[in-house]
Design a binder for this molecule. Structure first.
Ligand code: NAD
Length: 276
């Protein structure tokens, strides 16, 4: 099973399908990430917030997989936006991960009320220039936040990781990102259980037509839109199921039917207004 590689705007490549570890219990993280690596995942998405970077690092260390075959993303938490605080938070993350470098470092939320994301971005540029981070990007940035970064720095973010699933498809933000060279990553790709995505007739019909699960049909929908996706599960069976998505292809009609589920309704926080 070969996961497609996507080339980012800085020339680095990222496996289009990865494994996310939000809400994976720190105690169980090493075992669960080990399962994912055994299944074949080579891209892991974590964050300082998740408090499980140590478990991710332990699984990587014991896997024996060469570092260059892995793609590891982590994220800067909101309270660490700034300059020196970024360097300190980054040091803490790489130490927990046990890595010399991370492949992708993201500003987790813009938090426009702090007005520090441009300063933070300049610190990210320094980390990238030092070689300790290969690619830098953002998460939960709205169009206006992206425009400001582009206007006030020399670096277009490699990715924007946003809430995105068939019920909140973010077409405008995706298209804007594409127009300036930002690749979109989807978080909550299966709807985080907030929506009955798997019960949607378009998803159920596509799954049935291909003899796959609704989750597999939804993951294909992300992949066929060119989006980078990293579903999460604690269960090895589902971890394997979510990786087994390269033996079928949705038809254009099936993709369009799933597109039509979009309600434009966010499940998670609003990046412009919510403070946390
Ligand atoms: P998700 O949409 O991947 O949903 C995960 C849930 O879906 C699981 O807990 C499980 O209950 C269910 N599930 C998984 N596989 C299934 C299957 N095959 N069949 C049936 N149910 C299944 O939600 P998520 O974990 O929040 O998002 C994925 C990743 O995105 C996270 O782990 C994290 O890495 C990232 N994320 C980032 C942000 C951000 O602000 N940047 C926010 C949330 C998540």
């Amino acid at each position: 099973m070969t996961v497609p590689l996507i080339t980012l705007n800085d020339g680095h490549t990222i496996p289009q399908l990865g494994f996310g570890v939000y809400k994976v219990d720190p105690i169980q993280t090493e075992r669960i990430v080990t399962d994912a690596l055994e299944v074949g995942y080579r891209h892991i998405d974590t964050a300082a917030l998740y408090q499980n970077e140590e478990g991710v690092g332990a699984a990587i260390a014991s896997s024996g997989i060469p570092r260059e075959e892995l793609f590891v993303t982590t994220k800067l938490w909101n309270s660490d936006q700034g300059t020196q605080s970024v360097f300190d938070a980054f040091d803490a993350s790489v130490e927990k991960l046990g890595l010399d470098y991370v492949d992708l470092y993201l500003i987790h939320w813009p938090r426009p009320d702090l007005d520090r994301y441009v300063e933070t971005w300049h610190a990210f540029e320094q980390l990238r220039d030092s070689g300790r981070v290969r690619s830098i990007g953002v998460s939960n940035f709205q169009r206006g936040h992206l425009e400001r970064l582009v206007a006030e720095s020399d670096t277009v973010p490699a990715v924007n990781q946003i809430e995105l699933h068939p019920a909140f498809a973010q077409v405008e933000l995706r298209e804007f990102g594409e127009s300036i060279g930002v690749r979109t990553e989807s978080w909550g790709p299966l709807g985080q259980g907030r929506y009955d995505l798997f019960g949607e007739p378009a998803v159920a019909a596509a799954a049935q037509a291909h003899g796959v699960s609704p989750a597999q049909a939804v993951i294909r929908w992300h992949l066929q839109h060119g989006i980078i996706v990293f579903p999460k599960s604690n269960a090895r069976e589902r971890i394997a199921e979510n990786f087994d998505v390269f033996g079928f292809e949705l038809t254009a009609d099936e993709v369009a039917a799933i597109d039509a589920i979009d309600r434009g309704q966010r499940g998670g926080p609003n990046p412009d207004t919510d403070v946390f």
